[in-house]
Design a protein around this ligand. Structure first.
Ligand code: ADP
Ligand code: MG
Length: 721
């Protein structure tokens, strides 16, 4: 049987408008090993069409092509891939080397697709490159070679799997005549070593050297002549024999019936196909070839990933801040009761009138808690001895300011013109030599505060004085509670509550340690003194308390009272509840907007990856065609593109993490130096999440481009310029 038999082969191209174009008509021809066939014919006569059919690149024909005993028309896709990989080798007019791979990698590509070991690959490729006269250029890139050298590489690549048939479509078309003859000589040697070499040529000179000339005209074979003067070149050693033996060895070892059969089977599957590692290596090469593009893309994605991490860090930072604050306040035997306002929005909770206790309400609550304690068989009862009152004001909706007026300027204008506004005109004040600090909170000193909570100075008493946090001290240039004469500093305080403006001169007695709150300006005043201040000067009734402190006998009692209060739905039983309630609406808003922002940026990233990879498929159409011509399966191509999007994901993830670390540091420094606290906390798993998100997004976005690449028609891809 002949190596290659074509029987009544017809090829029709489908055109757009349901029309067909017949490129080959009833082609009957046979070729055998050892022949060097020249196919000649005018341009458009069907030579390339014929080559593509023989090479298994195009399986859409009628008739029969039997190559090496296999009927191509009947082969399923995966066997056709194998046929291309192992039985035929392609050489093209335009060389079709993959520009971002080295000469060595170009030649070994087909072996890489078969997952052949590194050592064997290099050994084989080096031998072949030597055979075509190219040793010493292994590490070069195709662009560094001349046309003739490129074609030698292409020939070496075609020979790497030791195919029986070599198809060369105008291999000398792009070469000068001298180089052409050298290439021809190599092809002739290959034919003379027992292979079937079929080449398309326009050159009379080339045709004259071959052993047989087949003429095609308008899709029909018009003549087929044997060259009687054809001289075989003397045989040189066969470079692929050594490897051939190895192949058999592998086959043998697989055939052996052993207990490890299953494991071996799995291994044999891997042996045949492109391994994940090789796919990643190929992708790395390609990504490196267009590194600027890929880096920019990863950079873009990294912004999204980085902002995701920052978002997570912020929300956990705020949570940590709250927890820390709670800890600094918490005493396990204190119940801190506050009222949930009717309006439980942020503003509602800050509204003092919503949350103050009337005397009868306190009495009723006391009785309710006591009867609950009785029900629970707890002996402890709330009495006037262990119940104390307090006022806690967040001054966001009122206004409160410490006014620092060292030169005793007239500050009446300030009170008349500005005091009702939420923010005061700071610049105006500075010009007037008056500084101010907005007070965030006014707290009466909780009964359980002791001198241990005082960093500097002493607790204010019912006879007077205020305490500040460290943040409050910032208003003074020397950040001290003492003035130039070493006396406790006097400050003016203006605040606005219930429509009443209160304005007093106060002595600063000390600095309160409230750990994480220290960055915020909090003014602490003794409860009784506060009431005096408020009621005395403005003629108001004392303020109703909005915080009740109950000193219990045990943690257990505290817990039961807290549970009861929570069950009423009207009260917060602890400072934790109170703060959590207050912050939750705030953190919800912040959290939601951060999530929305980072999802948008992630979506943008995904689109960007999709576009870039899609364009990369278009750019690399020819490369995909080459890969298919040397036997890459759809799966392999998909794998190469998927590993590329995987790598983009990893790269973006890494850059994103670095981004987030950098910006977190910057934000931390800025916040710490301005407001004195920086609610940013890292959790190690944020980085894991970010990495996963990055990789998933990239891989999902890469799915479509990868499957598009896999589906490309090899013939069309190769035709692409
Ligand atoms: P040659 O290689 O001999 O120059 P080809 O085999 O490339 O010629 O083409 C043979 C004929 O088939 C030409 O007329 C060409 O226009 C036509 N042809 C080739 N490919 C296609 C295609 N994909 N769709 C339609 N017609 C095609
Ligand atoms: Mg052609």
């Amino acid at each position: 049987m002949k190596e290659l038999q074509l029987t009544r082969v017809n090829k029709r191209y489908k055109l757009d408008n349901k029309m067909e174009f017949q490129a080959l008509f009833d082609v009957n021809v046979e070729f055998d090993k050892g022949e060097l066939v020249s196919i000649v014919g005018e341009s458009g006569s069907g030579k390339s069409t014929l080559m593509n059919l023989i090479g298994g690149l195009d399986s859409d024909f009628t008739g029969k092509i039997v190559a090496g005993g296999e009927d191509l028309s009947k082969l399923p896709e995966k066997d056709l891939d194998k046929y291309r990989k192992n039985k035929v080798g392609f050489v093209f007019q335009s060389f079709n080397l993959i520009s971002h791979l080295s000469i060595l990698d170009n030649v070994t590509l087909a072996l890489t697709l078969s997952n052949i070991g590194e050592k064997e690959k290099i050994e084989k490729a080096t031998q072949l490159l030597k055979r075509v006269g190219l040793d010493g250029h292994l590490k070069k890139k195709p662009t560094q070679l001349s046309g003739g050298q490129k074609q030698r590489v292409a020939i070496a690549r075609a020979l790497i799997n030791d195919p029986e048939i070599i198809i060369a479509d105008e291999p000398t078309g792009a070469l000068d005549s001298e180089t052409s003859m050298q290439i021809l000589q190599i092809l002739k040697e290959i034919a003379d070593s027992g292979k079937l070499v079929i080449m398309v040529t326009h050159s009379e000179k080339v045709a004259a050297v071959s052993s047989r000339v087949v003429k095609i005209s308008d899709g029909r074979i018009t003549s087929d002549t044997i060259n009687p003067d054809y001289q075989k070149t003397p045989q040189i050693e066969h470079p692929n024999e050594a490897v051939e033996e190895k192949k058999e060895e592998v086959a043998l070892s697989q055939a052996e019936p052993s207990s490890k059969k299953k494991a071996k089977k799995k291994k044999s599957k891997d042996i045949q196909n492109l391994s994940l590692m090789s796919a990643i290596r190929l992708s790395l090469h390609n990504m490196w070839a267009s590194k600027v593009k890929n880096f920019l893309m990863a950079f873009g994605v990294a912004i999204g990933i980085g902002s995701l991490i920052l978002m997570l860090c912020f929300s956990s930072g705020i949570t940590d801040f709250i927890t820390d604050t709670m800890k600094s306040y918490s005493d396990p035997t204190i119940v801190t009761i506050s009222k949930k306002g009717e309006d439980d929005s942020m503003m509602g909770m800050l509204n003092y009138n919503n949350t103050s206790f009337k005397a009868d309400e306190i009495e009723k609550l006391k009785n309710d808690i006591n009867s609950h304690l009785e029900e629970k068989n707890i002996e402890y009862r709330i009495s006037n001895d262990n119940l104390s009152q307090g006022v806690q004001l967040m001054t966001m909706v009122t206004s409160a300011n410490i006014i620092y007026n060292p030169t005793n300027k007239d500050i009446d204008y300030f009170l008349k013109n500005e005091a009702d506004q939420y923010y005061f005109n700071q610049d105006g004040l500075k010009e007037a030599d008056i500084a101010f600090e907005q007070i965030m909170c006014i707290y009466t000193i909780p009964p359980y505060y002791s001198p241990s909570n005082v960093v500097e100075g002493k607790l204010s008493t019912k006879d007077g004085g205020i305490m500040l946090t460290k943040g409050g001290l910032e208003v003074f240039e020397d950040k001290s509670i003492f003035d130039a004469n070493g006396k406790n500093r006097k400050v003016d305080i203006a605040f606005n509550l219930n429509g009443t403006q209160v304005f007093y001169s106060q002595e600063v007695t000390g600095v309160m340690d409230t750990s994480i709150m220290s960055g915020i300006t909090v003014m602490y005043v003794d409860y009784e003194y506060f009431q005096q201040l408020y009621a005395g000067k403005s003629g108001n009734d004392p303020l109703d308390p909005n915080t009740l402190y109950v000193k219990t006998d045990s943690e257990e009692t505290t817990k039961i009272i807290n549970e009861y209060l929570a069950s009423t739905g009207k009260y917060n039983g602890s400072i934790e509840d109170q703060l959590a309630g207050m912050f939750s609406s705030m953190t919800n808003v912040i959290g939601t907007s951060l999530v929305v922002i980072s999802s948008i940026s992630l979506l943008v990233s995904a689109m960007m990856i999709l576009v870039v990879l899609y364009m990369s498929v278009t750019e690399r159409t020819k490369e995909i065609g080459v890969l298919k011509s040397i036997g890459a399966r759809r799966k392999d191509i998909k794998r190469i593109f998927t590993s590329e999007s995987f790598l983009v994901g990893v790269l973006s993830g890494v850059i994103g993490i670095l981004f987030s670390l950098f910006f977190a540091l910057v934000i931390w420094i800025v916040l710490k130096s301005t407001i004195g606290l920086a609610p940013i906390s890292f959790r190690w798993w944020y980085f894991v999440v970010a990495m996963l998100v990055s990789v998933c997004i990239s891989m999902l976005s890469g799915l479509y481009p990868a499957s598009k690449a896999a589906k490309l028609d090899p013939v069309e891809s190769l035709r692409r310029e």
